[in-house]
Design a protein around this ligand. Structure first.
Ligand code: GTR
Length: 915
């Protein structure tokens, strides 16, 4: 339908204004029954004009004015009858666009739609604020490049709630006091609209049981009556206030998660990714969604298929098309509404192109979303398989959104490099071909609304990270801005912020942009994962640099989320073979980050003496620059040490090891500086403090979240290394640590197996093949493995049900394909638990490899051992489809020393130098 515009000029009549001599009178003319967001825009404009000294009134069309300025606000509205006079003069660009024209005493703001009118009003308001008066001769048209521009807030916590697991956080005032703080919401929503964001995503595992009641499942609600009433009120308040500001609220949820009381009543787990979809699961979810859509008409949905259901099998298509979409449609029907709310499908742990293909014929208002650089910010030159996925989603023809997710490598320091951000948005358009943005908080996602700064009163992220929100929004609106203009824009803004002359504002910008290169470069060249199981700012162990596969390096990081280049181990291998290097090398990055650090510090110091405003915040920013600098130096030295150590791996020349010592010493020294810079300024390095965090050190009970806690680990690592070199040099060789075999722990098995086998040479491991064990790590010898049919495992997965009278650990062997992200998954082998795509992958402590290369059978890939811990009691464990080995139960208190047993790996293992 052709847009229709209301032009209001013709019908204005004079109104009386009491003008004081010095104040110029002015009216803003609004269409009758203007949508709330248009009225909101007009009010913001009125406020700006009043602050600039005008006497302003907002009037409706039938009150024209004889003299003084008139501002006409108009917008298109498909529901309004055609007004020929109105359409003639309009030449406004597309969705959310606006045109502003002014002639003598008449300024017209024409929105392509209600949001366009809102943004037009805000544009004029901003100009009034900047220049102190209503601009004359304004001719301006503008429109956003990205269709959806939104931010995320997590209704999640740094820790699990007692008795609950990941993502399970009912909406209650005890857990989320800020959710009930209306003033805070208004402040946040004002920040969003000021930056012209048009969507707000609330993330939660299963929000429905906090927001709707289901007649068929009344017991599913997980909050008390008073809280339920508060939640209803807050959700209505939030959606109404958001709508005023042109913002869609979009509720995110994971699948399949059940409410806890519902799960208990039906004797089910709240989440289990390997269980089959049943009628009950589907019916409960469908009805939850229907009730939600019926009750909250202006809310969209963001769906994560996967994590809590089978990753990429047929289940995701089935669930999306037969449970979720029908749920939305039931809700619409119940309301008698036909306008479909947006449904955004995340391409996370699911085959999104396949799911979209099946869904498009049955629902029209679909969007897709995928992570920009994983759970981090690493590059503006993304490539490879992940870029292909983005492009294939963009090319479907629906709107594809970029998810700038969690930013695990930016926590907790300030980050807002406009240069990096502008280039990233460019890549979103030009490499990924997408046109939407979904932005996470810069840091402390799990700790909303607070930042990690250690201050007498906690800082709010909205205040601290204002520039982060501003920069992404600015480029989401329009990324084609000249670098010179951008430098001027941001320099002025920073000068204003800290009461500095412009050249010193430019110095602050320089500091931000230099520092802005450090964390992306470190992670993409040295890191283990783009996921939040790694807290990059805490540093890494030497074994993580020299043997990353032992820590399940997430190769997508190197293959797609970094420019072409080499991992440290690849670099060392090429050096040893005197081969040519390719692209960005680890040594190059080790040098570059030090320069960035130095320049960031030098730039911030240029401004430091001249600050006249917001001094405390400036000092915190300045300290952050020193933190970046110390971190860069620490990493740089440690990488150099790693390269020297890997040289030894090939040369077996102890002097290569000796060359690593001063580098490792320096790295520890820089880490001490880092500890000093952070110990009084930061509460933590990472806001996710659950056992999901594994790198550099597994975080048990919320530990290892500060640099001070990690320092002794690095000191010990250095000591061990020196001792190992000494013993290598001395004629008396160190006696190898004696490995004692584990003992079988008694359990009563309730599920069927195809017999048992003892873990020793020449024992068959499957009931339906002839494959025999060739070699097995000494600690496993003699354990009792359970035999299954490999064909059945591939077709249906593996289930074990047992009772243990004491805590036990079940050792599970996964065949290590080590194929990297680019290789297609091999359905013959079960995928080992992976935190990047499954946050429940550590629920039993199973996500990390305890013993790598621990068993070899036939010509199958070598087996890595993961351990699943269980309390005393009866348990059912469902494991994914594909071959895997259940290698027996051991005592729950048995320590398993993490190591690489090195069986079947030709290259030498040198991890023992550090542990
Ligand atoms: C997981 C990650 C979660 C969450 C999730 C997601 O693997 O550990 O924190 O970010 O991905 O993308 O939904």
């Amino acid at each position: 339908m052709v847009p229709i515009f209301l032009l209001l000029l013709a019908s204005c009549r004079p109104i009386a204004l009491t003008t004081s001599p010095e104040k110029e009178a002015l009216v803003i003319v609004l269409p009758e029954k203007a949508p709330v967001r248009v009225a909101f825009g007009a009010n913001k404009l009125k406020e700006a004009l009043a602050n600039a000294g005008y006497l302003v009134a907002i009037v409706t069309p039938d009150k024209p004015l004889k003299k003084g300025w008139k501002i006409l606000v108009a917008y298109s509205n498909e529901a309004t009858p055609v007004n020929a006079a109105a359409t003639n003069n309009f030449n406004v660009s597309g969705k959310e666009g606006f045109t502003i024209t002014s002639t003598e005493n008449l300024l017209t703001i024409k929105g392509a739609d209600a949001s366009g009118a809102l943004y037009g009003c805000l544009e004029v308001a901003a100009q009034v604020k900047n220049s102190g008066k209503l601009p004359a001769n304004l001719q301006l048209s503008d429109q956003p490049q990205m269709v959806l521009r939104g931010t995320a807030i997590g209704l999640q916590k740094p820790y699990y709630l007692p008795g609950r697991t990941v993502y399970e956080y009912p909406y209650t005032p005890e857990t989320f006091p800020w959710f009930y703080d209306k003033a805070l919401w208004v402040k946040y929503l004002d920040m969003l609209v000021e930056n012209r964001y048009n969507s707000l995503y609330l993330w939660n595992g299963h929000p429905f049981a906090s927001l709707v009641k289901l007649p068929d499942y009344p017991y599913a609600v997980e909050v008390d009556e008073a809280t339920f009433a508060k939640n209803e009120e807050m959700f209505r308040f939030l959606t109404e206030e958001a709508d005023k500001r042109g913002i869609w609220v979009i509720q995110m949820f994971y699948n399949i998660i059940l409410s806890q009381p519902f799960a208990e009543k039906h004797n089910l787990k709240t989440q289990d990714r390997n269980r089959p979809i049943t009628h009950l699961l589907s019916d409960y979810t469908r009805k939850s969604i229907a009730a939600f859509v019926e009750k909250y008409p202006n809310v969209g949905l963001l769906i994560t298929l996967g994590e809590a259901m089978e990753g990429t099998g047929p289940d995701d298509v089935e669930w999306f098309t037969k449970t979720i979409i029908p749920g939305v449609q039931d809700g619409l029907k119940a309301r008698g509404q036909t306008v479909e709310p947006p449904i955004v499908l995340r391409a996370h742990d699911t085959d999104a192109p396949r799911v979209m293909k099946a869904a498009m014929p049955i629902y029209k208002n679909l969007y897709t979303m995928a992570k920009y650089n994983g759970e981090a910010l690493t590059t503006y030159t993304p490539r490879g398989k992940w870029a292909e996925l983005h492009r294939s989603l963009s090319r479907i023809g629906t709107v594809h959104l970029q998810n700038v997710h969690i930013l695990a490598n930016l926590e907790p320091f300030r980050y807002s490099s406009p240069d990096f951000i502008q280039k990233s948005v460019k890549a979103m358009h030009e490499v990924y071909e997408s046109n939407g943005l979904h932005l996470f908080p810069q840091a402390s996602y799990w700790d909303w609304p607070f930042s990690a700064d250690k201050t007498p009163v906690r800082l709010l992220q909205i205040n601290r990270d204002g520039m982060w929100y501003k920069a992404w929004a600015r480029y989401a609106w329009n990324y084609k801005r000249s670098r010179t203009e951008e430098v001027t824009y941001w320099s002025n803004l920073l000068a204003e912020e800290f009461g500095l002359p412009t050249d010193k504002g430019a110095a602050v910008l320089e500091a931000q942009e230099q520092a802005g290169e450090i964390s992306p470069k470190i992670l993409r060249r040295f890191g283990i994962t783009d996921g939040n199981r790694q807290t990059m700012t805490l540093g890494m162990l030497m074994t993580q640099f020299i043997n990353p596969f032992r820590y399940r390096v997430f190769t997508l990081l190197y293959e797609s989320e970094a420019p072409e280049g080499e991992m440290i181990i690849q670099y060392a291998e090429k050096e040893s073979k005197k081969e040519k290097h390719l692209g960005e090398t680890p040594l190059q990055v080790a040098e570059e980050i030090v320069v960035h650090g130095q320049q960031a510090v030098a730039a911030i110091e240029k401004a430091a003496g001249a600050v006249t405003k917001n001094k405390n915040e400036f000092n915190r920013l300045r300290n952050d620059m020193y933190c970046y600098n110390a971190m860069a130096r620490h990493y740089s030295e440690k990488v150099k040490a790693a390269i020297a150590v890997l040289r030894y791996k090939y040369s077996e020349d102890i002097t290569d090891l000796e060359k690593a010592v001063p580098h490792l010493e320096n790295s520890v020294q820089h880490y001490r500086e880092f500890v000093n810079l952070t110990k009084d300024t930061y509460l933590y390095a990472n806001s996710m403090q659950t056992p999901q965090r594994k790198i550099p050190v597994p975080a048990v009970d919320g530990t290892f979240k500060t640099w001070a806690e990690v320092l002794p680990v690095f000191e010990k690592e250095l000591d061990t290394f020196k001792q190992r070199i000494d013993s290598l040099k001395s004629s008396v060789k160190a006696t190898p640590v004696k490995i004692i075999p584990f003992k079988n722990a008694p359990v009563t098995l309730h599920s069927q197996t195809k017999g048992v086998y003892s873990l020793s040479q020449e024992q068959p491991i499957f009931a339906d093949t002839t494959v025999l064990i060739q070699v097995v790590a000494p600690e496993l010898r003699g354990l009792k493995g359970f035999k299954y049919s490999k064909a059945e495992q591939v077709a249906k997965g593996t289930t074990i049900r047992f009772t243990a009278r004491q805590p036990v650990k079940l050792l599970v062997g996964y065949f290590n394909k080590q194929a990297g992200f680019s290789a297609d998954p091999d359905p013959n082998f079960a995928k080992a638990p992976e935190l990047e795509t499954d946050a429940s992958a550590s629920d039993y402590g199973q996500s990390e490899i305890k013993i790598s290369n621990a068993l070899v059978a036939g010509n199958l890939p070598p087996v890595n051992i993961h351990a699943y811990a269980f309390k005393a009691g009866t348990h059912t464990l469902n494991l994914p489809k594909g071959a895997l080995l259940l290698l027996g139960f051991i005592d729950g208190t048995q320590e398993i020393r993490m190591r690489d047993a090195g069986l079947a790996v030709s290259a030498k293992n040198i991890d023992w130098l550090f542990e």
